[in-house]
Design a protein around this ligand. Sequence first.
Ligand code: 1GP
Length: 277
Amino acid sequence: MFDKSCNKAVYKYLMNRLRDDGALHFSVIDPDPHKQSPDRAASMACLCEAAGSDAILVGGSTVTDQEFVSSTVEKIKAKTTLPVIIFPGGIPSISSKADAIFFMSMLNSRDPYFIVGQQALVSYPLKSSGLETISLAYLIIEPGATAGWVGNAKPLPRNDPKLTAAYALTAEMYGFQMLYLEAGSGANTIPASHVSYASEVLSIPIIAGGGINTKEDARLLVEAGADVIVMGTFIEKHVLKDEGESLKPIIREIKSAGSNKNPDHKYQVMSKQHMQG
Ligand code: 1GP
């Protein structure tokens, strides 16, 4: 259970859930007035929670209205007990109403603005907001879709998993708390080989997203070493229509694949290291 009263509450919750379940599911909700109202977003989040999702990410690559983000976050928080984490596409995506923010760096952007520039611009306001920050290295794999275009990425080639693993290892050596491997919303899923190469060398959790719509895709990625499966488009399309029924078997599959992970899995070590702090 997410206990928002403690220090680094969201990160601790995620690490504890990973230790218990071996794999997690995150639901992305895009705070876009063209897609849904804050009330509708809250209903979606509520159904995602009932289906077994572990956290709600609020964000998208083309967010422009900070007030709408805040209102979406507030409505979601009123209707779910899950942590709400900002998944920022840029500065307008930030809302201090959330429980945490992924403090992201797109390490394979061609533009330093997306690696460290906008992060520096928001560092002081973020610190004074008291919002929990979870540092996240964000790597775009081909094709990259809108996220890749907006972040001016040099997408990692699908046929070279070792290059992705080298960037992933660099992220861990820099001290990032988590890694996100992304092919772009609505794109083809990332190749499982990229996850398995990265997983062999990493201790930090690996989040996989972009185009994951079936239980088969989700299981394949968890078995390759993904710790978190992120879904957005599927949720937008199905959750309100079928009241989360089609999401449930996918999350069950993620949990089943997670439970088969080695009990001496890295989270035992990770949680000890990070809980002490
Ligand atoms: C986007 O990875 C997420 O950043 C979700 O992708 O919309 O394809 O599920 P989908």
